[in-house]
Design a protein around this ligand. Structure first.
Ligand code: CIZ
Ligand code: SF4
Length: 303
């Protein structure tokens, strides 16, 4: 990156009283100019603490919506309108309503990877970092959980509760690329490495992994671990942060091309454009925002 561009970005940030928040899966060059890098909820809460007028939220649609919901007094913009998570689109309010009719007495847990309109219908939200804790906190041995089926199955295995996936087949197109064969190949190539996997991976991967956690949990785990090598089963953008923060350790992707095209839709020049007054303002209808915020706040109380 040229010094000129770095200077332009820092000048614009000051002029606009703006911050750039980048998700762990963003392109390396965006992570490098960001004021904070993290998971979606960490970043949304960071935005609350930061004294800024404009928040450039470099991530996918539902994440920027959560930031807007938790920061109603700030202008939240997303660099590319097309950065939309396909998993979030798999759980529409219509699907929720059909399951509510079928299981009227069961609580519904909605993963943060969902649209604001869907969160507004949830009893409580969860992240991949706190899903087990959230489901344990509920006074019911059967729960509805969506949209990620793999995360639902992981939570069921850890809590012993019946976790009904809503819809039956929700998935992340990146994390379903991993299978037990890729774990075996990684073990053969790096026998002394720790295998870390995201809970959106299929059960056959999670059963064989040494550590299962969200992106922020993997960052913390790698930092405090005495191991020097890690194989990482999550979107490859996280490797940039892991390598940067742990220069004496080595990180290998479990699948080289496990890349989320939706996350990568945001480019550095789009971020610069946001700082210069462009980008796409994220607006959540007030009634929807209020209900979604309640479901998020319930999650904060538990975690
Ligand atoms: O909520 C997030 O940021 C996601 C989807 C990834 C993770 O595990 O942190
Ligand atoms: Fe959605 Fe998967 Fe991309 Fe995350 S990595 S934004 S869940 S498609």
């Amino acid at each position: 990156m040229s010094d000129e561009l770095i200077e332009k970005i820092s000048k614009l940030k000051k002029e606009k009283k703006a911050v750039v928040l980048a998700h762990n899966y963003q392109r390396s060059e965006i992570q490098d100019v960001a004021d904070a890098v993290g998971d979606s909820i960490e970043l949304s809460r960071r935005a609350v603490e930061i004294d800024a007028k404009l928040v450039v939220f470099s991530a996918v649609d539902f994440m920027a919506q959560s930031a807007a919901i938790l920061n109603p007094d700030k202008e939240v913009v997303i660099p590319r309108a097309g950065a939309r998570c396909p998993m979030a689109q798999m759980l529409t309010p219509e699907v929720v309503e059909a399951y509510r009719r079928r299981y009227p007495s069961l609580p519904l847990v909605v993963y943060v990877n969902s649209l604001a309109e869907t969160k507004a219908l949830a009893d409580i939200c969860c992240t991949s970092a706190n899903a087990v804790k959230v489901v344990e906190s509920l006074n019911s041995d059967r729960v509805l959980f969506g949209p990620d089926r793999n995360l639902a199955e992981y939570v069921a295995s850890r809590t012993g509760k019946e976790v009904i996936p809503v819809p039956e087949w929700g998935f992340c197109p990146v994390h379903v690329m991993y299978d037990s064969k890729c774990v075996e190949e990684a073990r053969a190539a790096h026998p002394d490495a720790v295998f870390m996997a995201h809970p959106e991976c299929p059960p056959e991967v999670l059963e064989k992994a040494d550590y299962v956690g969200s992106t922020s949990q993997m960052v913390r785990y790698a930092k405090q671990s005495s191991a020097l090598k890690f194989v990482v089963a999550t979107e490859v953008g996280l490797l940039h942060r892991l390598r940067k923060e742990n220069p004496s350790k080595r990180f290998f992707p479990a699948v080289e091309d496990a890349l989320c095209v939706n996350m990568k839709a945001n480019r550095l020049l789009d971020v610069v454009e946001c700082l210069a007054g462009g980008g796409h303002r994220v607006v959540v209808e007030p009634k929807v925002a209020e209900r979604a915020r309640k479901a998020l706040e319930k999650m904060f109380e538990v975690s």
